[in-house]
Structure formats: C-alpha cells, structure tokens
Design a protein around this ligand. Structure first.
Ligand SMILES: O=P(O)(O)OC[C@@H](O)CO
Ligand SMILES: [Mg+2]
Length: 228
C-alpha cells in the first residue's frame, strides 16, 4: 500500500542517516564547551544538527552566550582538529548498505544532499568508497548559498538527475529536524529516521518516521520491494 505519492528518485542526507557521524560532533562539541564550564545539551545539538558548519557554529556561540570569548570561526578551528581524527572511522548506519544496493540494482536514481562540505565528505566516506560511488551525484553544503532548513540543497539535488526529477517525485531521507523542514520546503516527501532522543513533535512534518533504515518498505513509495 502506498504511503504517499509514488516517487521515482531518492535523495539521501548523510550525517546521522547513512553514516554514524553525529556522535562525533557530540563528543567533540562536549569537549570544546567543557573548558568554559558549559555542558553540551541535546536541546542545543538538535538546533545545530543538519546545518552547514558555520551556521551550526553561530548557533552554538549564540545559544551558549560565548560571543565575547569565542568566535564561530575559532570554534570551528578547534573542532576541526578533533573531528579529523574521528571521521575516518565512520561506520554505516543499520540498513544503509542494503537500501543503497537495492536502489542501484533496480536502477532507481539516487543522490546525496549533505550539509557537510566536500573535504569532510571525503574524510567521512573514505572507508566506504565503493558504496558512495553508487550515487548518481552529490550536492555538498559548500555548493549552495543557503543551507538547511532552506530548500536549496534538495532542489539542486533534484535538478542534478539526468533528466531532472520534479520535486514531488523525490523521496528524501533525513535524520535532522532542520533537514526535514528543508525537504518539505522543497516540496518533497520525507522519511525521517530520527535520533531516538528527539521528541515525536520534532518529526511532525515528516511523511513517515522510522526507527531505522532497516524498517523501510520501498513499495509504500512506489519503489521496487526488497526481495522476500
Ligand atoms: O546534512 P548532513 O549530511 O546531516 O550533515 C550535517 C553535518 O554536517 C552536521 O550535523
Ligand atoms: Mg543528517
């Protein structure tokens, strides 16, 4: 049974959705704030996740009131060195590999739309080169002027398919509230696989909410079912 409009192309978020990298941001940001005696709360994290690096850094500085002690740029510099040690160890999220190979096998076009910039993309995916080579194309955060929650990155991803795919035929997978807002603003259907710590209200805009990519049923979106 279809859950929504039949979709002909899929657009994936990366951090926290395909790769288990959100945990690295949490660890490093906790460390950065600890020296100021500030704890990094999930309330703050959820406002930052899914955003481009500088946008997220500005949120952190504003929300913690550190404006007079640390600039967003200084925070990013400090964060970068720590993240670069962790990103190469990034693991795939459960169900990611099976879903990407399934779509590839059935010639369903799929693209990546990540707020990560191109250098972070390369560091994070280095252990998964073959899998990430399956994407028809990718749009990284540095390629769009306005990051999520603006719709630009998803519209650019839809326009990049050959031929371009209308927004209402694109199915987006996202883990972050900011990303869900962006995809809905682009006029797309969204399946959310949220961090378990997120309140259900944060997923209200999503068309469907899953505990894991392993629970996805492609036929509900007019896509070929997994083999029985
Ligand atoms: O858009 P994604 O792939 O989640 O990247 C966001 C990440 O750079 C920080 O949360
Ligand atoms: Mg994400």
């Amino acid at each position: 049974m279809a859950a929504g409009k039949a979709c002909t192309a899929v657009i994936f978020d990366m951090d926290g959705l395909l790769l288990n990298t959100e945990v690295f941001y949490t660890i490093v940001q906790e460390q950065c704030l600890r020296r100021f005696g500030i704890s990094f709360t999930f309330e703050l994290k959820k406002k930052m996740m899914g955003k481009k690096a500088l946008d997220a850094a500005k949120v952190l500085i504003e929300e913690t009131g550190l404006q007079s002690r640390l600039t967003p740029e200084e925070f990013l510099q400090e964060r970068e060195a720590k993240l670069d040690l962790l990103f190469p160890t990034a693991e795939l999220m459960p169900g990611a590999e099976r879903l990407l190979w399934h779509l590839h096998t059935h010639s369903v076009p799929f693209a990546l739309a990540t707020s990560s910039h191109e250098r972070h993309y390369a560091v994070k995916t280095q252990r998964h080169i073959e899998l990430f080579s399956l994407f028809s194309h990718r749009v990284t955060g540095d390629q769009v002027a306005r990051g999520k929650p603006e719709p630009d990155i998803f519209l650019a991803a839809a326009a990049g398919f050959s031929p371009p795919v209308p927004a209402d035929r694109c199915l987006v997978f996202e883990d972050a509230p900011t990303g869900v807002v962006a995809a809905k603003a682009a006029g797309m259907s969204v399946v959310m696989v949220p961090d378990p710590q997120l309140d259900a209200a944060e997923a209200a805009q999503a068309d469907d909410v899953l505990g894991s990519l392993e629970d996805f049923q492609p036929e509900r979106w007019g896509l070929p079912p997994f083999p029985a």
